[in-house]
Design a protein around this ligand. Structure first.
Ligand code: ADP
Length: 423
């Protein structure tokens, strides 16, 4: 709008000067003088604009017409962008302040792995200093191989927990990493020593109680067996209660055995007992044992992998055996149970136990590996299970870097798969 009025004003001025000049015979000169004046005026306003733009926070220079409007608009946009910038800056400051106030360590790392920012809490945990360490490569400063391997591995699906050994103290750290922005990473670091200690106390307590209960229980079941062996000498009304006591004592013994085994798998990293385990041989041995213990169930082997797994033979055997015994327990007689050891096209190794038994409703599957979780209590007391079998399997899987997958359809059967990662 104002550009048009400026042009029309110039044209009117030129026409007037040409007319006036023509009256004295100097039309061309008059037009040139007016044009030069016009250009001079624009140059002058441009200079004022440039001078003002050096400090645009000040009020714009006074001007009329199109220049006045131009200054006003520039001033308006500048104010708007300053306000927006201030708003963004205050959000950033607010975020930085909240991260800084967090009790957990927060660390920002750029695409190249250099430190951008960290809060106070990180300093004692990783031995870093802010702002001195900004710009330095994180892995050059943190001297823990587990941390560096995890950080550089770029697979952050699961958090890392490791023992950080520093000057005169050892702490357990938990590290969660999230990608954000363009290749940047945000690290959350937390001292979980007290949680780890509590967990150890709980495990030790369960292990100790189980251990202490074993001796009295052995005595009780020993006497019960002796009584029952000589049941003809007992009054008839005592025989049934004693049989029930004997059954329950057996159940308790199984429970204690499983509890002790579970706490052993959980607490010990029995590296020295690790070896290359021939899973084919393990499944054959298990099949022979099951054939003898459960002659009514047909055990089928489905093996097409020769691969061995680096691990603990007893743990792997107990996992496969728990799965197989469940498959037998929760199937009707005559339904076969398959033990599989196969390799997928992309190199993953699958240890599978398949049955065509009663199956499990989908709603129970996520909780099956919890200790003492039972789909149906009445079913369980009939089968004499301890409710710890799948917890044991899950722990063995974790200890071997494998994952446990459960697929099942009510009334059609179940498939339990231990998936070992590619070598
Ligand atoms: P339990 O000693 O009771 O068998 P587990 O931890 O081994 O304990 O199993 C937990 C529950 O999962 C069992 O109580 C049972 O209800 C269910 N379950 C496990 N395996 C199977 C299976 N193959 N078919 C059907 N249900 C199963």
């Amino acid at each position: 709008m104002s550009w048009y009025s400026a042009v029309s004003r110039l044209l009117v001025l030129l026409a007037l000067s040409a007319a006036l000049g023509a009256m004295y015979g100097y039309a061309r000169e008059a037009v040139i003088v007016v044009l030069l004046g016009w250009v001079g005026f624009w140059l002058y306003q441009m200079r004022r604009a440039l001078l003002w733009l050096n400090s645009p926070d000040e009020l714009p220079p006074d001007a009329y017409g199109s220049w006045g409007e131009l200054f006003a608009r520039i001033y308006f946009f500048h104010r708007k962008s300053s306000q927006e910038q201030a708003r963004l800056q205050s959000s950033v400051t607010y975020l930085e302040d909240s991260f800084a106030a967090m009790r957990d360590g927060v660390l920002m790392v750029d695409k190249q792995g250099a430190i951008k920012w960290l809060n106070r809490a990180v300093e004692p945990l990783l031995g870093l200093r802010y702002p001195d360490d900004t710009g330095q490569t994180l892995t050059n400063l943190v001297r823990a191989p587990e941390f560096n391997e995890y950080f550089l591995g770029r697979n952050y699906a699961n958090p890392l927990q490791y023992l950080s050994v520093g000057e005169g103290r050892s702490i357990y750290l938990r590290v969660d990493i999230t990608h954000f922005g363009e290749g940047e990473r945000l690290l959350f670091i937390r001292d979980v020593s007290s949680e780890v200690r509590m967990e150890k106390i709980r495990r030790d307590f369960v292990a100790n109680v189980s251990h202490e209960l074993r001796t009295p229980l052995t005595v009780i079941s020993g006497y019960l067996s002796t009584f029952l062996e000589n049941s003809q000498e007992l009054p008839v009304r005592y025989v049934k209660p004693l049989e029930q006591m004997d059954q329950q004592a057996q159940r308790m013994e199984n429970l204690l055995k499983d509890l002790l085994w579970l706490s052993r798998i959980e607490s010990e990293k029995r590296e020295d007992e690790r070896e290359w385990v021939d899973i084919r041989g393990l499944l054959q041995e298990l099949r022979d044992e099951l054939d003898e213990a459960y002659p009514d169930t047909k055990i089928v082997l489905d093996i097409d992998a020769e691969d061995k797994v680096f691990g603990d033979y007893r743990q792997l055997y107990s996992a496969a055996s728990n799965l197989a015994i469940n498959a037998i327990k929760y199937s009707a007689n005559g339904h076969p149970v398959t033990l599989g050891w196969t390799r997928t096209k992309d190199g993953r190794l699958l240890l599978q136990v398949r049955d065509r038994g009663i199956g499990i409703d989908a709603s129970h599957i996520p909780r099956l590996t919890e200790r003492f979780y039972r789909v149906d209590d009445s079913r369980n007391s009939a089968t004499g299970g301890t409710g710890l079998g799948l917890a044991i399997v899950k722990h063995v899987a974790v200890a071997h870097g494998a994952s446990l997958r459960i697929e099942s359809k009510l009334g059609e059967g179940s498939t339990f798969t231990l998936e070992f990662p590619k070598r």
